[in-house]
Every structure is written in structure tokens, then in C-alpha cells.
Design a protein. Structure first.
Length: 405
């Protein structure tokens, strides 16, 4: 479908008028009913409580009932893709959104789709706070196709809404399908991983981690040595354990330390193949582990396992995925923590290297499949969103009035 030609066909030569959100013939601004309520004072219920970007809570009572647009007054998470929400039925709006809807002759959903392609930045005079005042909001222009024939105008608007809603629904369906597939693959991966790494007594030799790996805590790097955007050594903190699920390798680091810092502090970077994990605080319960893909440094809230000659790094990593960090955490104090001595005493199965190679090869295949789905999900969603944006932009490219001389 060609969006421009289809729009031309819909318009069929009829005129398009432009007006603004302050035009009371077409727009109702329902800001007067807005009411902010502190979280501690809200009464729990089933009615959505809207803020600038999303539903913040569910409460008892409502401020509006019907089909409305909620345009961020301040606090939009993204100025280039300005926050506009479509609310229907009973809802509660706080004072961080403008509440508007179309009157007779204007489809509110049509207005919603159109405003999503509008550049709001010129209407944000106070750039420091990015506040869209009502005085500026009412200046925002929008088109009315075929204004002289309201029935035809509404039919054109409804057809555009139908097409764009269909793209939105397809994107949602695709997301649900890919998410379900990814969940199923992860369950399958976890099942085979746990099965392959479960050994009965007498099947293999068991040793302590301290016998087969070096257990190395991190270092207390002064802040002056941190924060570089590039350098020879990535630097990881506890917060980096939550970058993404349990993928085999970490994403590209966004924090580096330079070689001079390493030299001055007398630190020996952890080699590629080190398995790192949080050793203190609430992050221990997340049970996240990472396999370093290059020599790296990490702070003193992180612990690493450097495998010796008896164990493959990837076998160690996969086995550590089955190990619960909380089982060795000392929670006698206010903050749970893992002692080096506790990790050194953890027993781990050590099958022959040939068997480790076989197990790792199988799990690598499952990991690659799971990771490809993890990467494919956002890519496919982004593709559908781009497709939606393409047709949205073309379907809403109404002819602009010629500038007066």
C-alpha cells in the first residue's frame, strides 16, 4: 500500500482545513477536573491513575469518564517522541497531563495518531523544565479533512484510525508471540542445563572451587580512576550485574579504567574467562553471573572465579548458573555478603575435560538459540514499529496551507 496515494484516494480532492488545539469547535480541554493525590493518600481500587508517561497506580474513584488524550504537561520521558496517552472509560488524571478530547466532527483517536507525529519541542518555551503550558498547547495545529461535510470527514478519520490501529494490534500480537517463544526456549534451556550438570555420587570427582579456580575479590578504585568512556580495561560494578538476563557474556561496558590507574593501584586485571558476580547487598539475591569476554577490572563489591587447568571457563560459568549465591551469603548483618572463604569451600563436580567439552557444546547451542531470540525480539518489534511509523507518517501527511507572502 502506498500511504500517500491511499491518502489521496481517501481525500478524493476534498479540502483540508487546519486549526489548533485551542479551537473550541473541535476540542474540549478538560483540565479542570485533574487532581493530583500523593501515593500515601491514594485509596486502592481498579481505576487507572495517570501521570505524564504512564499509569502510576490503580485507585478508587475517577476524574474523567470517556475517550480522552493525555498530553504530558511536564515530565515527558522523551521530548522527540512526546508522551501522549489514549485513555478510555473511567480514569484518574493528575496535574502532569493536559486532558483533551474531540468534539463533534473530530475523532479523538484520529487526533491521538496525528499528535504522535507532531514536533512538540517548539511549544516548550521553558527548555530547562520542558513544560508544555496550556497557553502553548492550544497553539498546536492539526488537520480537519473535508470540514464542509462532517460525515465524510469522520469517515476519512475513522479509516485512518482503522489502519493505524491494525498496525498497533499486529505489533502487540507479534510481541506476545515472540515473548512466549522466548520464555519456552529459556525453560527448555534451563531444563537441559540443569540435567546435564546434575551428577550422582561416584559419577565424577568433586572438588572445592578453591582447588580448581582462583577466587578473587575486586578492588576499591577511587572515583577519579573510574568513568572513562574508553580504555584498555572494562570496569564492572554491582549495578552492572543487572544489565540483561543471564546471557553468556556481558554487554559492552560503559565504564573503563585506564592502564595508569591499574599500574598505580598495583591491580592485576582479571583474565578473559573469569566468572564474576555480586558479593554484597541486595544484588546477591538476583543471582546474576557474567563471563568476561576480555581482561577486565571490577570493584570490591564484585567477586570473580578464575578457572584453573582442570576446568573450562564456560563449564564453570554454566555450572555457576545453577548455583544459588544466597546459599553462601552471610546475612547475620544488615547487608548480606559472600566471604571469599565461603566460595572457596563450595563443592563443584569436575568431569573429565572431554565430557566438559561435550556439555559445553550442547549448552552453547541452547544459549545461542536463546540469545538470538533475545536479540531478535527487540529487533522484530522495532521493525514493526518502524513499519507502523512509516504508514502513520504517510497517512497523516495532509497538505499544509501555503504560506502567505
Amino acid at each position: 500500500m502506498s500511504g500517500v496515494s491511499y491518502l489521496d484516494k481517501l481525500l478524493d480532492g476534498v479540502a483540508v482545513d487546519w486549526t489548533v488545539l485551542g479551537d473550541e469547535r473541535f476540542i474540549e480541554v478538560a483540565n479542570a477536573a485533574r487532581r493530583p493525590v500523593k501515593a500515601s493518600l491514594r485509596v486502592a481500587g481498579e481505576i487507572p491513575y495517570y501521570g505524564a508517561n504512564n499509569i502510576q497506580d490503580y485507585v478508587d474513584g475517577y476524574t474523567h469518564d470517556g475517550d480522552y488524550l493525555l498530553i504530558a504537561e511536564d515530565g515527558s520521558a522523551n521530548l522527540e517522541n512526546y508522551s501522549i496517552q489514549y485513555a478510555t472509560g473511567k480514569f484518574w488524571a493528575n496535574n502532569h497531563v493536559h486532558v483533551v478530547r474531540g468534539k463533534k466532527g473530530l475523532n479523538t483517536k484520529f487526533l491521538y495518531h496525528y499528535l504522535r507525529i507532531v514536533d512538540f519541542i517548539p511549544f516548550l518555551p521553558n527548555k530547562g523544565r520542558a513544560k508544555l503550558t496550556k497557553g502553548e498547547m492550544i497553539k498546536i495545529p492539526f488537520p480537519i479533512p473535508c470540514p464542509g461535510t462532517p460525515e465524510k470527514s469522520l469517515a476519512i478519520q475513522a479509516e485512518i484510525v482503522r489502519i493505524l490501529d491494525a498496525f498497533t494490534e499486529l505489533t502487540a500480537e507479534l510481541t506476545a508471540e515472540l515473548t512466549a517463544e522466548l520464555t519456552a526456549r529459556k525453560k527448555q534451556y534451563n531444563y537441559y542445563r540443569d540435567h546435564l550438570l546434575r551428577f550422582e555420587d561416584g559419577e565424577v570427582e568433586w572438588k572445592t572451587l578453591g582447588e580448581v579456580a582462583e577466587v578473587r575479590s575486586g578492588w576499591g578504585f577511587p572515583s577519579a580512576y573510574q568513568g572513562h568512556e574508553e580504555g584498555p580495561y572494562p570496569f564492572y560494578k554491582v549495578s552492572d550485574m543487572n544489565i540483561v538476563g543471564n546471557e553468556t557474556t556481558m554487554q559492552k561496558a560503559n565504564n573503563y579504567v585506564d592502564a595508569e590507574a591499574i599500574r598505580k593501584l598495583g591491580v592485576k586485571p582479571a583474565p578473559m574467562g573469569t566468572v564474576i558476580f555480586p558479593k554484597i547487598g541486595a544484588a546477591v539475591a538476583t543471582n546474576k553471573k557474567r563471563l568476561l569476554s576480555e581482561p577486565s577490572a571490577y570493584d570490591n563489591n564484585v567477586m570473580g572465579l578464575i578457572p584453573g587447568s582442570e576446568i573450562m571457563d564456560r563449564f564453570l560459568f554454566y555450572w555457576m548458573q545453577t548455583f544459588n549465591l544466597s546459599s553462601v551469603a552471610n546475612d547475620s548483618g544488615a547487608v548480606p555478603s559472600i566471604r571469599k572463604s565461603e566460595m572457596e569451600d563450595v563443592l563443584i563436580p569436575i568431569p573429565p575435560l572431554a565430557e566438559q567439552v561435550r556439555i559445553v557444546a550442547i549448552l552453547d547451542k541452547f544459549d545461542a538459540l536463546t540469545s538470538s531470540l533475545s536479540e531478535g525480539l527487540p529487533r522484530e518489534i522495532a521493525l514493526r514499529q518502524q513499519q507502523y511509523a512509516h504508514y502513520r507518517d504517510r497517512l497523516l501527511s495532509f497538505p499544509k496551507p501555503e504560506m502567505e507572502a
